[in-house]
Design a protein around this ligand. Structure first.
Ligand code: G1P
Ligand code: ZN
Length: 544
C-alpha cells in the first residue's frame, strides 16, 4: 500500500506549551490541523521510521478519531509497529512505562490532562521520546519550527482499525498491537510496593478508603489495582468509567473540583484515606480524615519515608522540585545529605536528572509526584506509596504529616489562580514586576525583608541547556516566598498563578489555617503585582 501525499499549509500557533500542544477540539478537528502536527513529529523524529511507537490517550472527546489519523500516518511514515491501548486508552504514566519496558522509539499521548473534555472543550497531543519522558524543549521547538514550513503530510487510504479487540492487525506494512492498557503498569506497581501489607491494611477492618477517578483514565487502572489485586471493597473506585466529557466535570484532583471526595473524608464518619487522579492519570490528590496533604508536603513526606517501600529500600539519591513548589522537600534533602534541585515548571525538566541517576523522587506543587520508575508524574503510584506508608507506619495521614512538620518545620503553602484573564493585562503585570526587581532586595514589605527578587533561569546540570523567564521569584528572609508565573497550559486568555509560602519551625504554630497563616503575604503579593489594577480581578478563580 503506497502512502498518499496530501498537500497542506502551516497553521500559526502550533508551539507545544508546558505539556504538549493543547487547543480546543474544534481547532484540532479542522482539516489538516492534527495531521500537520503529527507529520512534524515524524519529520523531526527520524528514528520512528522502522521503529515502534506507543499510542493512547485519556479517552476524552476526539481521542478515537485522533488515534485513527495517527495510525494511518504512522504506517505511511514507515513506523514498523504501534502498541495502542485497548479502546484507545492509556494513561500518561502507562505510556511512559510501556516505552521503557518495550524499548520503543517513543510514544504519543492524547490528552489535555486536567482540562475539561467534550466537543467544545480541550484536546491535546504530546510526544514522549525513547526514555519515556516528555520531549525536551529543543525537540518541541524543532517540531514547532517544522509546523511553520510544512507543505505535505503522508497518510494511507485504509479503513479504521478496531481499537476494542485485543490482538495484532496490519495497516499496510505496519503491525498494530492492541494491548491491555493496565497489565504492564500494574506489574510495575506491584514491583515497587508491598501489596501484601496494603492488602492486610484493607482487611484489618476499620480502614476505609475512596478513590475518585473523575470519569477519566485512571478508572480501569484503579479498579484493577485497588479492587481486584489489593482487595479494596467494591465501590472504592468512584466515577471509574472513562467518559469522553468526564461527566461534564473538570478532571482535576484538587479541593475545588473533587468536592464529592473531599466531603466523604470529612467528619467523624469520614474516610481514613481519599485520593483522586486527573484526566490522564499523572496527577494525584491525597486526603486523610479531615485532612488535605498539600502536594509539596506530599513530596517531602514521601522522600523522608521512601526507604520503607520495597522499591526504594536502598534509599533515594536526590530530590527535585519545580521552582514554585514549596521548599519542604529541600529540608528533607538537607537532613538526608542528598542533592536537591529546583527546576522550571513542567515534568520535562526532571528527565535529565532522572536519566543521570542524580535524583530518585521529584514533584510539583500542581498535584504531581513521581520517581525514576517512569519519566512522567504518576498519580496512582503516589496513591500506592501513601497506602504502603499507612500500612507500614500504622498511623493516620494527619499523624504522619504532623510528625513530619515537627521534625522538619512546616511550609505553609497556597496557590492562587486567576484564570482566563486578559493576556495583555497579564503581560503588563509581569513586565511591571520585572521593572521593580532591581530595587526590591533589602526592602521591607510588611513584616518581611526581601532577600532576592529574580526572573528564574535554569541551567540544566546535565546538558547545560538554559531555560529563561521561568517565573518571577521574590524570596523573603526567613524562608517565605512569593512566586508569580503565567500558565503554559491554558487555552483561553492568560492564567496568572501566584504561589505563596512561609516557613514555620515552631510546632506550637503548626495548626493554623493555611489562608490565615499566609494572609499578610497574600496582601503583599496582590499589592506588589497590582493584580486588581492590571487584571480587573479582586479575587482568584481557584485557591489550592
Ligand atoms: C501546569 C502545572 C505544572 C504542570 C503542568 C502539566 O502547568 O502548573 O506544574 O507540569 O500543568 O500538568 P501551567 O499551566 O502552570 O503551565
Ligand atoms: Zn495530567
Amino acid at each position: 500500500m503506497d502512502p498518499t501525499v496530501i498537500k497542506t499549509t502551516p497553521f500559526a500557533g502550533q508551539r507545544p506549551g508546558t505539556s504538549g500542544l493543547r487547543k480546543k477540539v474544534r481547532v484540532f478537528a479542522q482539516p489538516h490541523y492534527l495531521e500537520n502536527f503529527v507529520q512534524s513529529i515524524f519529520d523531526t523524529q527520524p528514528e520512528l521510521a522502522g521503529g515502534t511507537l506507543v499510542v493512547g490517550g485519556d479517552g476524552r472527546y476526539y481521542n478515537r478519531e485522533a488515534i485513527q489519523i495517527i495510525l494511518r500516518m504512522a504506517a505511511a511514515n514507515g513506523v514498523a509497529r504501534v502498541l495502542v491501548g485497548q479502546g484507545g486508552i492509556l494513561s500518561t504514566p502507562a505510556v511512559s512505562c510501556l516505552i521503557r519496558k518495550y524499548h520503543t522509539q517513543g510514544g504519543i499521548v492524547l490528552s489535555a490532562s486536567h482540562n475539561p473534555g467534550g466537543p467544545d472543550e480541550d484536546f491535546g497531543i504530546k510526544f514522549n521520546g525513547a526514555t519515556g519522558g516528555p520531549a525536551s524543549e529543543s525537540v518541541t521547538e524543532a517540531m514547532y519550527e517544522r509546523t511553520q514550513t510544512i507543505d505535505r503530510y503522508l497518510t494511507l487510504d485504509c479503513p479504521d482499525t478496531d481499537l476494542d479487540q485485543l490482538g495484532t492487525v496490519q495497516i499496510g506494512a505496519m503491525e498494530v498491537q492492541v494491548i491491555d492498557p493496565v497489565a504492564d503498569y500494574a506489574a510495575l506497581m506491584e514491583s515497587l510496593f508491598d501489596f501484601a501489607a496494603i492488602k492486610a491494611l484493607f482487611n484489618s477492618g476499620g480502614f476505609r478508603l475512596g478513590f475518585d477517578a473523575m470519569h477519566a483514565v485512571t478508572g480501569p487502572y484503579a479498579m484493577e489495582i485497588l479492587e481486584n489485586r489489593l482487595g479494596a471493597p467494591p465501590g472504592t473506585v468512584m466515577n471509574g468509567v472513562p467518559l469522553p466529557d468526564f461527566g461534564g466535570h473538570h478532571p482535576d484532583p484538587n479541593l475545588a473540583h473533587a468536592q464529592e471526595l473531599v466531603a466523604l473524608c470529612q467528619g467523624a464518619a469520614g474516610l481514613d484515606f481519599g485520593a483522586a487522579s486527573d484526566g490522564d492519570g499523572d496527577r494525584n490528590m491525597i486526603l486523610g480524615k479531615d485532612f488535605f496533604v498539600t502536594p509539596s508536603d506530599s513530596l517531602a513526606v514521601l522522600a523522608a519515608n521512601a526507604h520503607l517501600m520495597p522499591g526504594y529500600k536502598d534509599g533515594i539519591r536526590g530530590i527535585a522540585r519545580s521552582m514554585p513548589t514549596s521548599q519542604a522537600a529541600d529540608r528533607v534533602a538537607e537532613a538526608m545529605g542528598i542533592e536537591c534541585f529546583e527546576t522550571p515548571t513542567g515534568w520535562k525538566f526532571f528527565g535529565n536528572l532522572l536519566d543521570a541517576g542524580r535524583i530518585t523522587l521529584c514533584g510539583e506543587e500542581s498535584f504531581g509526584t513521581g520517581s525514576d520508575h517512569v519519566r512522567e508524574k504518576d498519580g496512582l503510584w503516589a496513591v500506592l506509596f501513601w497506602l504502603n506508608l499507612l500500612a507500614v507506619r500504622k498511623q493516620s495521614v494527619a499523624e504522619i504529616v504532623g510528625d513530619h512538620w515537627r521534625q522538619f518545620g512546616r511550609n505553609y503553602y497556597t496557590r492562587h489562580d486567576y484564570e482566563a484573564v486578559d493576556a495583555q493585562g497579564a503581560a503588563s503585570l509581569v513586565h511591571h514586576l520585572r521593572m521593580l526587581f532591581p530595587e526590591l532586595p533589602g526592602k521591607r514589605l510588611g513584616d518581611y525583608t526581601v532577600a532576592y527578587a529574580d526572573d528564574f533561569e535554569y541551567t540544566d546540570p546535565i546538558d547545560a541547556s538554559v531555560s529563561s523567564h521561568q517565573g518571577l521569584r521574590i524570596g523573603l528572609e526567613g524562608g517565605a516566598r512569593i512566586v508569580l508565573r503565567l500558565s503554559g497550559t491554558g487555552t483561553e486568555g492568560a492564567t496568572l498563578r501566584v504561589y505563596i509560602e512561609s516557613y514555620e519551625p515552631d510546632p506550637s504554630k503548626h495548626q493554623q489555617d493555611t489562608q490565615e497563616a499566609l494572609a499578610p503575604l497574600i496582601v503583599i503579593a496582590r499589592e506588589l503585582a497590582q493584580i486588581e489594577a492590571r487584571t480587573g480581578r479582586t479575587e482568584p478563580t481557584v485557591i489550592t
